[in-house]
Design a protein around this ligand. Structure first.
Ligand code: UN1
Length: 513
């Protein structure tokens, strides 16, 4: 099989033509190839297209338009709102290949992962359509005779969705499909690194709205850098800001939204671990670890960054992991044999090298990888070999999230120690245990087990299904998106007490004369 590390990369002109064709097929009209926003492909580092960022006035106008559309949308029956999302899901499925191709072009994901991301969008649309008939409120027994106590869920308003480069489409869809059936309008500020994918998604949603007769302005796209997001986040008409990105970004957005009593749903960084116990199925563990650690070139928020292995089996596991890592094809994400595509930009490669230096200074032993794969024909592209570093302990660099494929290996003696290591980082997104011991599995999932929003057994940390609530604790931000009852974050609750008697008894037995 050809080694993608030595197979020539495609040239940027060809990639640009592919991006243009995908955009056209999705009905996106990018306008003149000029402006301050540069869409690049990490495959070569070359420019796909230049675009103009939204001005502050345009962002304000978009919020205003979405807010007006909300006025109509909130009283549209939820199952009718579901029809919009149903049509969106159909169009996403129809354009599966175009969207996957744009994701590969802009985010550098390998084909199967890019297709998986589009599938995730189709899945969440299905989920949201079902949900549009299940926005249940509770009825509680009233303590007063002739009274009924219940709650209703109402649309919240405009939802500002801020998304990251690494899931340029799926994270938008988790938020948007749910927000739309909940009766909200959405203004989307995608990563400045992936504007083309977002334009294609937005065009398909506009088409869906036209097809079902929904107001087009229930969804608006604004493009650009941080300043664009700042205008969106500050607008008091944005009732909920759902932001995915770094902890640093969350620290800025959270207090700003809180200061105006807006709501925030934060899905920030992760520093995810798996524990491998002596009873683990070694094949399962190795496969789970390699996908979670090296997949998406280590650029998922759910990427596996730490393996906590029992000291008795550490050497065997290490040997198997090194063998598996040696077989990872690294190169053009369009190539069939590639499993690890490029890093998104030069800064990611620099962060990886700096982290490895710090790990070495802490006594870490780089067992495999960490070096750049030279691509003389594309000096701006960053291809790296995923690294495994055996660490003497959970030092500061291990406790940080470096958005690159570095897997730190730590050992433990008692299961309590393993859980303490799992939880001993600032983030709390995803975690897993590989074990065939029922007691260990249950302990990991118990209240004094993993402190993460996602805790798995015999599965790696990444690749969650949309049906569950997605998000995590501590510096991950506490938000939950996607499945289960995450929809509640996109609605407001009203508690209703109805008196159908001729008396006016007061609660708590109060007698007011
Ligand atoms: C992210 O990296 O921001 O669980 C989202 C997963 C994907 C979503 C990741 N379903 O890995």
């Amino acid at each position: 099989m050809p080694d993608p590390a030595t197979t020539p990369l495609p040239d940027t002109d060809r990639l640009r033509a592919r991006a243009d064709a995908c955009l056209r097929r999705c009905g996106a009209v990018p306008g003149p190839d000029a402006g301050d926003l540069v869409a690049r492909t990490p495959i070569t580092g070359g420019v796909l297209r230049r675009l103009a960022s939204s001005t502050p006035e345009q962002v304000t106008e978009a919020v205003g338009a979405a807010h007006r559309a909300f006025g109509v949308w909130r009283t549209t029956p939820a199952p009718v709102r579901g029809a919009l999302v149903k049509r969106l899901g159909e169009l996403l499925a129809e354009h599966h290949e175009d969207l996957a191709e744009l994701i590969t072009l802009e985010a550098g994901k390998i084909r199967t992962e890019a297709r998986g991301e589009v599938q995730e969008m189709v899945d969440v649309c299905d989920f949201a359509v079902g949900l549009s008939r299940q926005l249940y409120g509770r009825t509680m027994p009233s303590e007063r005779p002739g009274h009924r106590l219940s709650e209703s869920w109402h649309p919240l308003g405009v939802v500002g969705v801020v998304s990251a480069f690494n899931f340029p489409a799926a994270v938008w869809s988790w938020n948007t499909a749910i927000a739309l059936v909940c009766g909200d309008a959405v203004v989307w500020k995608p990563s400045e690194l992936t504007p083309l994918t977002s334009m294609a998604c937005a065009a398909l949603l506009s088409e869906a709205a036209a097809d079902v007769g929904a107001p087009t302005d229930v969804h608006r796209l604004v493009l650009g850098h941080r300043a664009v997001g700042e205008v969106l986040v500050a607008d008091p008409r944005v009732a909920l800001v759902s932001a995915t990105g770094s902890v640093r970004m969350g620290r800025e957005i959270g207090p700003r939204v809180a200061a105006r009593f807006g709501r925030c749903l934060l899905e920030l960084g992760g520093n995810n671990a798996v524990i491998v116990t002596p009873s683990a199925d070694p094949d399962l563990a190795v496969r789970g670890i390699v996908f979670a650690a090296a997949g998406t070139a280590g650029q998922r928020c759910t990427t596996l960054r730490r393996v906590i292995v029992h000291e008795d089996i550490a050497d065997v596991l290490v040997e198997r992991l090194i063998r598996a890592y040696a077989e990872l094809g690294i190169g053009d994400p369009f190539a069939e044999t590639t499993l690890v595509g490029p890093l998104i930009r030069a800064a990611s490669g620099e962060a990886m090298a700096a982290a490895l230096d710090r790990a070495r200074a802490d006594g870490g032993d780089v067992l495999v990888g960490g070096e750049r794969v030279p691509r003389p024909e594309a000096p701006d592209a960053v291809y790296v070999r995923p690294a495994i570093v055996r660490m003497p302990g959970q030092t500061e660099i291990v406790r940080e999230e470096t958005f690159a494929p570095i897997l730190y290996l730590l050992t433990y003696r008692t299961f309590d120690q393993a859980i303490a290591l799992n939880n001993g980082v600032p983030h709390g997104l995803s975690s897993g245990v590989f074990t065939r011991d029922h007691r260990e599995a249950e302990r990991f999932l118990a209240a004094d087990g993993s402190d993460c929003g996602i805790a798995n057994v015999n599965i790696g940390t990444s690749g969650a299904e949309i049906g569950g609530a997605f998000g995590g604790e501590k510096e991950t931000g506490g938000g939950r998106e996607s499945g289960s009852d995450a929809w509640r974050a996109y609605m407001r609750r009203a508690t209703n007490t109805i008196n159908y008697s001729d008396e006016l008894p007061l609660a708590q037995g109060v007698d007011f004369g």
